[in-house]
Design a protein around this ligand. Sequence first.
Ligand code: ATP
Length: 228
Amino acid sequence: MSLLQVSAIEARYGPVQALFGVDLDVSEGEVVALMGRNGMGKTTTIRAILGLTPVSSGTVRFAGREIGTMASHRIARLGIGLVPEGRRCFPNLTVEENLLAAARKGRWSRTAVEELFPRLRERRDQYAHSLSGGEQQMLAIGRALMTNPTLLVLDEATEGLAPVIRHDIWNVIRKLKDEGQSILIVDKTLSELLPAADRCFVLEKGVTVWSGLPGELTPELQDRYLGV
Ligand code: ATP
């Protein structure tokens, strides 16, 4: 049974319709890549799953419950942890305070997160606003893990980060996958994303136009849908 099942969802920003029929699903322990060119609806799909943008049509089921009309804080509490685009943390809290503010019982404690990201341990008492972009992304992932989510959702996991930091973050994503963490991920680095993913969904103009195994996403399909 799917952990997350998104069926034919539509969503709009006021008069502007952004999603016209998105289907995707994530099974337990799976890493699923959500792909598509800029502006095709990836972030809106994630926002709709999290209840941050209203779903005007279609259904979203998570862990056997319909969540399409639920408030975002309730959805988060059911076990979806979001690492949003732009790596938002509380700028005026320290690294430690940011982590503890998100804490819920489970495998991921502050110590466990610091083991995963030793840089966060080194910067434990530093204010989040004084961290580098890469460190802020580590903190954003750490915060999402501290909620002990059943499903971790990463929007633009490594965008705009230095190569060495990207490398660290991909290593962490692979570690989480090996542990059986269910993950829905958006990222533009296909050379890292495709080997990490179990399945892929491609959006075009707010519609799911292709889904399959990473190995089935041929150079022709990549060219057609992703423009690479
Ligand atoms: P990117 O890779 O650039 O982040 P994306 O695939 O995540 O793109 P979305 O950000 O979901 O795409 O955007 C989907 C569509 O919705 C686009 O046409 C975009 O212009 C529109 N859109 C996004 N946010 C808003 C908003 N706040 N108000 C109006 N339209 C929006």
